[in-house]
Ligand binder design. Structure first.
Ligand code: TIU
Length: 219
């Protein structure tokens, strides 16, 4: 077992039963000119996570830790898109519509795919998820169980939306989650700060939080 200095206390894990999960590092969320920016968000807030995730990803690959990537998006026929999600926000250009990088959050489109900096290897499972959580309507739980994974190192965007939802889902399924504070990001600085606090509060109500340097030191 290895231990990482974390909040609210040491995070102990066995790398052979731990997976690195990289949530939704898709062009439409993090690249200038994508859907996120079209909605008025400052994507530079999210891009701070790219280099730290790159370093953790490289280390995970070196030590042979399982790596999982996720993408939020929908079937081209939109049959898995709830009307409530499609209509939310009264957007003139929303999910399924032609956006700046192809149809927005539709599988197979350029904007839906993962950024080049964090390109998955063919051996790393990609979870295509229709919701915010990575477990909802996906085979993630089965994939992790088949590999005996009990602990997750969580990275990606956005902290208070897909990262939080995934950590909460994982927590309820019995996984121990360490969220890397510099490897997750929000369009809103105050949500980044409070979102991380919410995870580690109350004795680690949803999990642990540490900077990636603390993990890299022990790996
Ligand atoms: N991946 C993810 O967080 N999806 C979002 O829609 N996030 C927002 O913050 N909007």
């Amino acid at each position: 077992m290895l231990t990482v200095h974390a909040e609210p206390y040491e995070f102990a894990f066995d790398p052979t039963h731990t997976a690195l999960i990289i949530i939704d590092m898709q062009r439409d969320f993090v690249e200038p000119g994508g859907f996120g920016e079209m909605l008025g968000n400052d994507v530079s807030q999210l891009r701070t996570a790219i280099e730290p995730i790159k370093r953790v990803l490289a280390k995970a690959r070196t030590v042979g830790m399982m790596v999982i990537h996720t993408r939020e998006g929908h079937r081209p026929d939109l049959a898995d898109l709830p009307e409530a999600k499609r209509a939310r926000g009264h957007l003139s250009c929303g999910i399924g519509d032609a956006g700046p990088m192809g149809r927005i959050l539709v599988r197979g489109e350029h904007g839906h795919d993962i950024i080049d900096e964090l390109k998955p290897l063919p051996t790393e499972p990609i979870i295509d998820k229709p919701g915010k959580g990575s477990f909802h309507a996906t085979d993630l739980h089965a994939i992790l169980a088949n590999r005996g994974i009990t602990h997750l190192i969580v990275t990606g965007v956005t902290t208070e939306v897909c990262v939080h939802t995934t950590v909460r889902e994982a927590n309820d399924r019995g996984y121990e989650c360490l969220v890397l504070s510099d490897c997750v990001a929000s369009y809103f600085p105050e949500f980044q700060q409070i979102g991380l606090k919410m995870i580690a509060a109350q004795g680690g109500i949803f999990g642990w939080v540490a900077p990636s340097s603390a993990l890299l030191t022990v790996l």
